[in-house]
Design a protein. Sequence first.
Lengths: 185, 130, 630
Amino acid sequence: MIKKFNLLKLNAYILLIPFVILFLVCTFLVYYLLEDKDPSAPPSALLNKKIPNFYVEDLINAEKTINQNILKDKKVLINFFASWCSPCKVEHPLFLKIKEKNPNLIILGFNHKDKKNEALLFLKDLGNPYSLIGIDKDGKVAMDFGVYGLPETFVVNENGIIIFKHTGPITDKLYEQEIKKLLFN
Amino acid sequence: MNKKLKNYYLIKKIFISASFIILISSSHTLENNLAEITKELRCMTCQNQTIYESESDFSNQIKNEIMRQLKEGKSKKQIIDFLSYRYGEYILFRPQFDKKNLFLWLFPFVLISAAFVILFVRITKNRRHT
Amino acid sequence: MISSLGHSFIFLNLLSIILNLFFFRKLFQDNNMINEKRFLLSARLNFLFILFAFLCLMFAYIVSDFSILNVLMNSNSKKPFIYKISGVWGNHEGSILLWILIMTIYTFVFSFNKRISKQTKYATIFYQNLMTLGFVIFMITTSNPFKAAPGKTNEGFGLNPILQDPALAIHPPLLYIGYVGFSLVLSIAISGLTTSNTNEEWVKVLKNYSIFCWSILTAGILTGSFWAYYELGWGGWWFWDPVENASLMPWLAGLALIHSLQIIKQNSQIKKWVIFLSILCFSLSLLGTFLVRSGILMSVHAFATDSSRGLFILMLFFIITGFSLLIFMIKYPENDKGASLIHFNKYTSIIINNIIMVIVCLSVLLGTIYPIIIESIFNERISVGAPYFNSTVLPIMLPGLLIMAIAPALSLKKNNLNKKLSYLVVFLAIIFFALLIYILSTINPWAIIGIGLAVWIIISTAIEFYNRFLKFKNNTLKKIIFSNTALISHFGVGILIIGITASSIWKKEFEDVLNVGDTLNIHNYSLTFNNLEEKNVDNYQAIIGEFLIKKGDKTFGKVKPEKRYYFSSKIVTTEAGIHHQLLQDIYIVIGNNNPAGWSIKVYHNPLVSLIWIGIIFIIAGGLMSIKRYD
């Protein structure tokens, strides 16, 4: 008698398994959909990691070099750009606006796989929001930063930890809602 | 031509061809290694394409970097760690065998083993009844 | 004009569905002839209205009526006629209309069925219409194909050029006939359960529809795969892309379903399992649709989407699956005697097939959605790609394929294998030769396993066919063939495995930079880059290369790989030039134009044709096994 009862109960449990799977699958899918994750922009791998070391030539002043030490104890905005990259032009005015409002903020630009004269022309035409610009001619720095699609923007905190990363042009909304908080808190 | 000189040329010939063979075979295996590694890497700027198949800028740069590291004598694991540190595990088409992917890797094999054990038990049980 | 006509047909359709559901209720109160007639009529009208709506949209595409947003976004007056027609389903809205059309076609055809008991039939139509209603509401609220375009425009944006291709023109309808057909399978299964009527006729009807859907789904996957082979220019034909996985999952469940339907007579436990598989098939079709349409997965052919559509499809998936499972749980038939698994008979072998297919299916599902789970929990993204599926799915499939060869020869009841000895000899001979080749040569062991397996399947199938031929000697050959269709499909699987093994292991690649006049030598062939011309076709500009393939002095043929630039969408596509032969394909792709010349990629793919031939055998076997019972 008892044995039969157990058997029945086991069957009922087995019947519940598809339900459980259905609920789990739907929960994850709904969560993922509502989070509005972008399938083409994966979360950055370098988030919460220390920034990589770099040693590059300065675009404006050819005799100068730039390395990671200049970022010490400061919050810094880092942006990878190039003159051939059209989305970079889209976000450029926003950087000018940020620089204008916060003259003390260090914005470090990396000129990615670009020709020097074209890059200079680009800045002359559109204005230069950057405090410093490093030349990343062969894309070596970009690789260390895990950059794959221009433009990409990083926020680094006082301890040299990357606390924000965005692939693609940054927008007003993104700046107001996320980047601002991270930079000035 | 005296014998000594002849020998010298022969040795030189053998030496050159041998070094040539070594050169070819070493570059051959390097290329094989490159193919083996890039066939399991995602081209981050393409849609679901491997770096091996892709001709995009990104893929070419990664191919060059891997080739450079292979020539330095880095192992496959070191190269994969190098890339996944920078681009995340997303770049690996073969998910790493670690704690978070344990379920993914074990699920099919555990399930099939369990199913066959149950099947076997039922068959032998039925056999005893009849 | 067309737009309002289309709208009114959709409205009429909605009306007829609601009427139909209403008449179904009346059938219960007062079951007379008039009510029955009304019920059937409304179900059939339902199909006609959607057909008219569909024809309206097609007409709008043909005459390039750009006052309809859908036509404006996806068509172009210069597009060739055939792609104007296929453009109807080459976009989200139109394909949902096609989905509903196919759903109602199935209902329409089924409404003439006379075999199945009336009660079950009406319940089936009821469930089918209930689901159709869900999709019609989905179409009206989120993806109206007749939405008017803002302002007046004279030219449309054109169809995504990747879709302007003969294989892709027929790919979606075939896929949908398979996918959507499983909805009817589900309805039949559930109504059999609710009306407690799972007799022999019910089984026959279920069997016919599921085999038909599954065969056409196979054809749909074949066209998709064939397209990927020559269009993507990577020389491969299956990439374990999420969208491919989405179509593979219901295919695998369907495979389990059509096999378990073969042994359903045995006992009612299998009946439960069959009903469960029917639910699984359509659920996975819906889940697949969700994965493709919601755009949450990165894929070669993701549709442009928004999340409200995704949520709606997910809701349909949840409701339909949950509801079906609920009925399954409540009406779960009384447990009778357990399965009679006495060591090894046909029954056991089909159960093993089912276990393997379902586990493979679940593994593909897990692999496809695992990145979503990981990202939801850890906010990290991982990829689950071909290496994962190859190293889990293939080893799991292996025992199933081994057993598959002899399963048709196994006795249904007894523990007996016809001509045991001959199978044993063949098996041992194959193992012996495989080992011999493994020791004596440097051939890749996977190739030996694959080819050995295929030979085993082909020979075993041949032996069984010969046996049956001897047994039914006095029948006509046609009759013998038509009563052994499973063997045809199994033979196709053997051919397919040879094709897969050879083309994936012995595929060779050659890359070079060539100019017109240069010659490239691969194997014994010489490829001469004969000519390069630019050509303006209706809606694109093409660079067409011409390669002369020679073996010695003998000219084998010409292939013309292309690179196309589509004006309206500013997209470049590649069309591989392929020289098909039975034993090998020479596959040429034109790459970028460097200063030194054109970079040309050549793939030498042995035995690829066997993949397509094998699948055609499988489909043929499936379609031939559909029986007329009248």
